[in-house]
Design a binder for this molecule. Sequence first.
Ligand code: ASP
Ligand code: MG
Length: 453
Amino acid sequence: MAKRSAAMPATRTTCQPCASVCAPRSCDSPRHRATATILVMPLIVQKFGGTSLANPEKIHRAARRAIRAKLEGNRVVLVVSAMGHATDELLDLARALCPDPPKRELDMLLTTGEQVSIALMAMAIDATGHEAISLTAAQLGLLTDSAHTRARIQRISRERIDQELAAGKIVIVAGFQGIDAGGEITTLGRGASDTTATALAAVLGAKECEIYTDVDGVYTADPRVVPNARKIDEISYDTMLEMAASGAVVMHSRAIEFGKKFNVPIHVRSSQTETRGTIIMTETISMEAISVQGVTLKEDLAFVSLNAVPNTPGVAARIFAEVARNHILVDDIVQNIYDGGKFANLGFSTNAADAAEARTVCEQLAVSLGIGGVEVDEGVSKVSAVGVGMRTHAGIASTMFEALANAEINIENISTSEIVISCIIRRADGPKALRFIHDAFHLSEVSNRTASN
Ligand code: ASP
Ligand code: MG
């Protein structure tokens, strides 16, 4: 049988109140002992999305998870979203009163959704006899810039949270909200409770940030489109960022960026089951062995073509400066020159919602720059294959093009980056393309290593 001392935490830690090094269990002072124990207790951040908090039963379920994590020896910080579709409902209400509500007032309104959730969660925990405290962004000191409805986090103060954790409480933080230097209430953009969670996890040095949602992880493709898609156990931050940018709707990209920058593993999992989900983490050698980890489909794109563009220095700069000035987001850009280099055809993809404005802007540019013509195609989608293993595997592009050929789908444009290959296709072909490419890379099989080199 193991000696009792062997089962104790082997950690020696500096105890801050008296700034001495001690083993937690060998210290006599109660205050000293309590602090030392807290210093070695791991910290976990758990974030619950709206669907995981939709009714009292679900709030209780989330509360039970937090309590269990605490009883397992963790310090626990919860980040919660607004209940169910509360944010959408508040937005509808705002628009019913005012077609274009002032952004400051929108933030004032929308942050109430999360304030309801934190208070109810604290009550649910209290009802089970455990201690919890709810905190708004202003109370904990989550400072942002002043860009209402899309503010960015500047600083998070950990003092208040540490204090409450040290008192043995579960700390419940309102996601999605912040406060600017002038004390104004801000929000971080739709879906940004994820960002609150990973940013807090980074600042607090959490061992993991758990994101509880209504799906049980990240899949090799959207399972609604590709029925044999498989749940991915581990995925790198970079692959996840690229998949999110190419159409996978799993998590807020900025949340993944925080995880990456501060090296916090993000565990995306279901709030309804106990199954392990997907860990988004630092790249490992075994991830490199897999050429493609996921395929994505981005619908609602439009393709803008500028034909017979004079091929002289500064023309592309003028075109894209004007496009950017009108806040039109550009996805991929393609250019080829012809007629001995005199002219170019220049095209870019953009959100379908921006198509009409893109047409107006480009038609004006055509007149001022002597461009031959402008065409806007609103019926396209983009299918992409993503994986860090692409850097070291050959034949990925050909496998993808062959899959589309077998599906008799025409490729209208191709773009590539280090770990992504994308093809623009007709929108109607999107789901079929996704299924064929998923099969071509054997993504439904556990070990989908392609023979290479
Ligand atoms: N409640 C906010 C929204 O619906 C933030 C979030 O859910 O992450 O956008
Ligand atoms: Mg929400």
